[in-house]
Design a protein around this ligand. Structure first.
Ligand SMILES: [Zn+2]
Length: 467
């Protein structure tokens, strides 16, 4: 853990980076009205069809084209969700990685991201992996009526670590582990918090004192501190002294996604940085994790882009998080069917006829192009497609059973290979014929108590720069 901000630590790089924020908005006026308090502003939150896995996959999808050599995927999330298996395995399949990839899910710590980056760097340094993908996703619903609920937003992040120079060079990582109960989870899964101020003023200073400091000859670094309380973070940044404080304000807009926050701050700082600039991120949770990088090519870090999405009613938000009864109905589900259809659902593979090269979806006993029932090969269909037609239904209550997000729009769109996909739109509005859409992974249902994921179409180009 010796700091070496100027030297070569075997040249490990954060080759590409990305952050993803969800498009649904939760009005804090709505939240405050329910509790008879006052608050304003909005949070960017996961809808009923999103969770930590889909948010992480959305960030990972921004690195498409660079994931071929990934042999280990580490998914960091605050807690494992009801009905979830290994979310890292789901994410790896949805990102098109081969089944032989190693997956690991880390949950229960807000500094899991810095630990994951540190471990990933060691894996690459040791030569066991060419590249490691660290994903983070946070869809935590804080206790209704709590202060945390008004501060906690959702999001995903992705960091690709390899020897290939890219967005930033890894200077060093360090950690101080402490069983100090700054936050913990009680038996019923409720998150307890000692309070950000208490953490900032009492718990953290002795821990920070044990971390490596920058040598005098090193130029000032940009310091990012992952705490959901901006004032507490600022106080800490000042107390660190000798470093130029520049907290990435973008990541705080719309609520701080705890488990994703350290990665989000890292991405935002690199994206906003100048080549040669040093960035340090501190993540807090049962200790402190530290990651230092030198910015190389800021254009390879994708900062938060904001999609224009609908406002989510507070009741729908609570119900999606299982905090309000009755929960959304879930259709029947069969693990046998889920297993059989895995390639078609999670990997979104169609079939390519070896005789006439027609690509079709879903797979059929015979080719719709030439009628051959001969051999076929899998065809990757994830990505962009052109809208052929769509239909909007105002009668059904929404693609998520029981949610008020009607109308429901179903889209037929054609991929570059000529295959036609028939998928629901992420929101109700019908995209123009000929416009471009892209596949996004969403939570399909919780049938059988198991999280089933499937794809939807989102418009391409409806993002705007995050405020
Ligand atoms: Zn054919």
């Amino acid at each position: 853990v010796a700091p070496d901000p100027g030297g070569d630590v075997n040249e490990i790089h954060l080759t590409r980076l990305a952050v993803h924020r969800p498009s649904r908005r939760l009005s804090l006026e709505d939240v405050a009205r329910a509790w008879g308090t006052a608050a304003s502003g909005e949070l960017l939150v996961a809808g009923p069809d999103e969770d930590a896995v889909t948010l992480a996959v959305a960030a990972g999808a921004a690195l498409d084209g660079s994931l071929e050599d990934v042999s280990t995927v580490i998914l960091v999330r605050p807690l494992t969700a009801h009905g979830s298996g290994d979310g890292a395995a789901v994410a790896a399949a949805a990102l098109g990685l081969p089944a032989a990839v190693r997956t690991l899910q880390l949950a229960g710590s807000d500094r899991g991201v810095t630990t994951a980056i540190s471990v990933a760097a060691d894996l690459v340094r040791s030569g066991s992996d060419v590249s490691v993908l660290v994903l983070a996703g946070d869809d935590t619903r804080m206790p209704p009526g709590s202060i945390g609920e008004q501060r906690h937003g959702h999001g995903g992040a992705a960091v690709l670590i390899s020897r290939v120079p890219g967005a930033a060079r890894l200077c060093s990582t360090a950690a101080v582990s402490s069983a100090a109960a700054d936050r913990w989870f009680s038996e019923d899964g409720t998150r307890q918090d000692a309070g950000e101020r208490f953490v900032a003023t009492t718990v953290l200073p002795p821990l920070l004192a044990a971390l490596p400091t920058w040598p005098d000859e090193v130029p000032p670094a940009s310091l990012q501190i992952a705490l959901s309380d901006l004032r507490a973070a600022t106080r800490l940044a000042v107390s660190r002294g000798g470093v130029r404080e520049r907290v990435a304000a973008v990541a705080w807009q719309g609520g701080a996604p705890g488990a994703t926050l350290p990665a989000a701050l890292l991405v935002e700082a690199v994206a906003a940085g100048q080549p040669g600039e040093l960035v340090e991120v501190l993540a807090v949770g049962s200790g402190v994790g530290q990651v230092r990088v030198e910015v190389r090519d800021p254009t390879l870090a994708v900062p938060a882009r904001r999609q224009v999405g609908p406002e989510l009613p507070y009741t729908a938000y609570l119900r999606a998080g299982g905090l309000l009864s009755p929960p959304y109905e879930a259709p029947a589900a069969s693990p046998v069917t889920a297993w059989r259809d895995l390639d078609a659902t999670l990997r979104l593979h169609g079939m390519r006829c070896t005789r006439c090269a027609t690509v079709s979806y879903p797979r059929r006993p015979a080719c719709p192009g030439c009628g051959s029932s001969g051999p076929t090969t899998p065809a990757r269909l994830r990505g962009e497609a052109v809208v052929v037609t769509s239909t909007t239904d105002h009668l059904v209550s929404g693609v998520n059973p029981g949610t008020p997000e009607s109308p429901t729009t179903m889209i037929v769109a054609e991929t570059a290979d000529g295959a036609r996909l028939y998928l629901p739109a992420v929101h109700g509005s019908a995209p123009p014929i000929g416009s471009r859409v892209r596949t996004v992974l969403r939570l399909a249902h919780l049938g059988g108590g198991f999280r089933s994921y499937y794809w939807r179409f989102a418009p391409v180009g409806d993002e705007e720069d995050a405020p």
